[in-house]
Design a protein around this ligand. Structure first.
Ligand code: UGA
Length: 433
């Protein structure tokens, strides 16, 4: 099939490559000409597992082309995916500027039938809104259908998730589309759910809100473990054995970050509010997370009283391992609190994006983990990078002024730190003071 994708960001790029991999002809469009040139040369624009090889495969097979020409994209495609950013507004709502712009631009070029599929995370009612906007801009109703098709891709595992996902959700009010979309997605062999646009749009938010709630729930139990001397990893394992609960997303720590969970939970609360619904559970999940991500600060203050003028190491800046993305990372909130308290911050992350240097230009960025520990009175582990599991604790002790770890991702076992006589705090797996 001939597929156009508007937006070569994280979702647009993965969508383009996955369909190109399945032998479709894909034209992926973005306004950013630098990005387009880079992708046409086979150079990845985001950090993502298997991206480079897939990009090369699709370019070599001539199944994909990147362009900044929207008219050409529309002309060459029967199906047009929209995958542009829907960042949060200041009030927690969804900023629809990019969606509006794309629809207005598209309306100039649609002269024969196109299927418009929205992959961006958008408020409930957007499919209907897009239809109305296109008509308002003069596009004949017989020349398009609009479909909601949310994505469920994890950063770092996005290609795997696209090719081997649990479900494909299609929200449409047009019957004739079903056959075409079944054919489009047939090579993926993934269960398809055909439903109304409103249901599809809400599945996306409900999914992210549920996973966020699971994390906040286990974090609350972990905080209780800290008080009563119970062990959260064993509790998570035991809960996970119950198939009704499932073992996923029960890892306690300093909370969820990233470009999706914090944004989508808040947006869902806002959407519900506009419809007169108070989502108490989702609100609590957000509130628990906001406290959880600065838990290390409370631990530090309880332990030391005053930390002004001290040096503290922040290990890991990204919101999770295997991504360079720092958006809404708990580490950012922790660093902010440390700076506020007059602490000298030394950090290390294997690949965090340079964006962090714009946010905190005056902290120290070290090129290896041991340098970041020099003269420090505490190492706060913020990201579950594999290399932190292999930290040499003898070397750590030599480097630090006070050998103390706050393990925000529960990387270490208590016995291991005990052997090394390190002051240690975990999130619900015990402590050594
Ligand atoms: C998330 C969802 O998992 C995807 O299904 C969804 O498509 C995506 O958002 C999106 O809406 O685009 P992602 O943000 O890449 O994907 O990250 P996750 O792997 O879900 O992790 C989110 C955060 O939760 C991370 O900070 C992670 O450290 C934390 N987390 C995750 C925990 O603290 N405990 C867990 O057990 C699992």
């Amino acid at each position: 099939m001939h597929i156009g994708v508007v937006g070569a960001g994280y979702v647009g790029l993965i969508t383009s490559l996955a369909f190109a991999h399945m032998e479709n002809h894909v034209i992926c469009m973005d306004n950013d000409i630098k990005k387009i040139n880079q992708l046409n040369k086979g150079v990845p624009t985001i950090f993502e597992e298997d991206l480079e090889s897939l990009l090369h495969e699709c370019l070599d097979n001539k199944n994909i082309v990147f362009t900044n020409d929207l008219q050409e994209t529309v002309n060459q495609s029967d199906i047009l995916f929209i995958a542009v950013g829907t960042p949060p507004n200041d009030d927690g709502g969804v900023d629809m500027t990019q969606i509006n712009e794309v629809i207005c631009q598209l309306s100039k070029f649609i002269h024969d039938y196109k299927i418009i599929i929205n992959k961006s995370t958008v408020p409930v009612g957007t499919q209907k809104y897009i239809k109305e906007l296109l008509v308002q801009k003069g596009v004949s109703e017989k020349n398009f259908d609009v479909v909601s098709n949310p994505e469920f891709l994890r950063e770092g595992k996005a290609i795997f998730d696209f090719l081997h996902g649990d479900k494909i959700v299609i929200g449409s009010d047009s019957q004739k589309l079903k056959e075409i979309l079944e054919k489009l997605y047939a090579p993926f062999h993934i269960e398809m759910i055909f439903t109304t646009p409103e249901t599809a749009e809400l599945i996306k938010y409900a999914s992210n809100a549920f996973l966020s709630t699971k994390i906040s729930f286990i974090n609350e139990i972990a905080n209780l473990c800290n008080k009563v001397g119970a062990d959260i990893d064993t509790i998570s394992y035991a809960l996970g054995l119950d198939k009704r609960i499932s073992p996923q997303f029960l890892k306690a720590g300093i909370g969820f970050g990233g470009s999706c969970f914090p944004k989508d939970t808040k947006a869902l609360i806002k959407i519900a509010k506009t419809h007169g619904c108070d989502l108490k559970i989702v609100k609590s999940a957000v509130a628990v997370n906001e406290d959880q991500r600065i838990l290390p600060i409370h631990i530090l203050l309880d332990h030391y009283g005053d930390i002004k003028g001290k040096t503290i190491s922040v290990l890991g800046l990204t919101f999770k391992a295997n991504t360079d993305d720092i958006r809404e990372s708990p580490s950012l909130y922790i660093i902010h609190e440390l700076i506020k308290r007059g602490v000298t911050v030394q950090t290390y992350d294997p690949i965090a994006s340079d964006e962090v240097k714009k946010i905190f230009p005056h902290i120290k960025y070290c090129s290896n983990v041991y340098d970041s520990l020099t003269n420090s009175i505490c190492a706060i582990i913020c990201t579950d990078w594999q290399e932190f599991y292999n930290l040499n604790l003898t070397l750590l002790k030599e480097k630090m002024q006070v050998p103390m770890i706050i393990d925000g991702r529960n990387i270490f076992k208590l016995e291991k730190v005990k052997e090394n006589r390190i002051i240690y705090y975990s999130v619900g797996n015990g402590s050594l003071k």
